[in-house]
Design a protein around this ligand. Structure first.
Ligand code: KMH
Ligand code: ZN
Length: 272
């Protein structure tokens, strides 16, 4: 199949309206952003939510509301992936909460990493607990890899049965403190993947579109969206994640690929 899965990361936990006025905050804004991204070609939406003050929260009630609105408004209905990464300040307990709303997928951050001046903590007992909860609830993990060691951990978890095959990986490249966003590093990560895996790349900031092109070149899937990058081009703010999705669709065409629908993405990710 020559289709590429485009994931749109709509909100994030670090971004503020000061940085871009186009950041969706309320459930209605998030669902509308999802609708525009689906219309532009996204098959998966990666979701964080905010409270009434616009601060990141893991409140399952808000996740449930967003899920409901996305299902009402988007055609086709995308694969909905909730974040269990939350923000660097969140407790481990609260990061499990979004799973109560039963998304199709959830992120599973495979290890700790420096995150700018903060530490994004993912100690292995917590990662295992989260992985087991995903398995129990039949929620597909997207395993987030910020460095090579995280991939080795994920492979260990696969062998031990905490994660099921086929596994799906997200290489998050260009975080300050994580693996650098280069072609050599991407090739290294690909070479270390377990068999039958699927993978996608999220390039952070100015690395977003160069990494999209490299993922297309090397047969992976792609993630764009305001969570990772707010600029459509140098100095020009994207008016929403949908503009970034539309740009990714155009780039995919240059590589002879079409954006996968959510049904096609399901076939690819669940290998059905
Ligand atoms: N906000 C970052 C600390 C995820 O969604 O799983 C983590 C993050 C990853 O956004
Ligand atoms: Zn996220």
């Amino acid at each position: 199949m020559n289709n590429v899965i485009i994931t749109a990361a709509l909100v994030g936990a670090e971004l503020t309206r000061k940085k871009t006025p186009y950041l969706p905050l309320t459930p209605d804004e998030i669902a509308d952003s999802a609708r525009l991204c689906v219309e532009a070609g996204a098959a998966v939406v990666h979701i964080h939510v905010r409270d009434t003050k616009g601060s990141p929260t893991n409140d399952p009630k808000i996740f449930r509301e967003v899920l409901k609105k996305i299902k009402q408004r988007c055609r086709p209905i995308p694969i909905v992936q909730f974040s269990t990464g939350g923000s660097v300040k969140d407790s481990f307990e609260s990061r499990m909460k979004p799973l109560e709303a039963n998304p199709d997928m959830a992120s599973l951050n495979a290890g700790s990493v420096n995150f700018g001046n903060e530490v994004f903590a993912n100690p292995l007992p917590f990662v295992k607990k989260l992985a087991l909860q995903l398995k129990k609830k039949k929620i597909k993990p997207e395993i987030e890899i910020y460095d090579l060691s995280h991939l080795e951990t994920a492979k260990q978890f696969l062998q031990e049965g905490f994660i099921e095959s086929p596994a799906h990986f997200q290489f998050v490249m260009g975080v300050k403190g994580g693996i650098e966003a280069t072609e050599e590093n991407l090739k290294l990560l690909i070479s270390r993947l377990p068999q039958k895996s699927t993978w996608t790349v999220a390039g952070i900031g100015r690395h977003q579109f160069p990494m999209v092109e490299l993922a297309l070149k090397w047969g992976g899937h792609i993630r764009v969206g305001l969570e990772d990058n707010i600029y459509l081009e140098k100095g020009v703010l994207a008016k929403g994640s949908y503009e970034l999705v539309a740009k990714a669709v155009e780039l995919a065409k240059h590589y002879g690929k079409n954006a996968a629908s959510s049904a096609e993405a399901k076939e690819i990710l669940w290998a059905v």
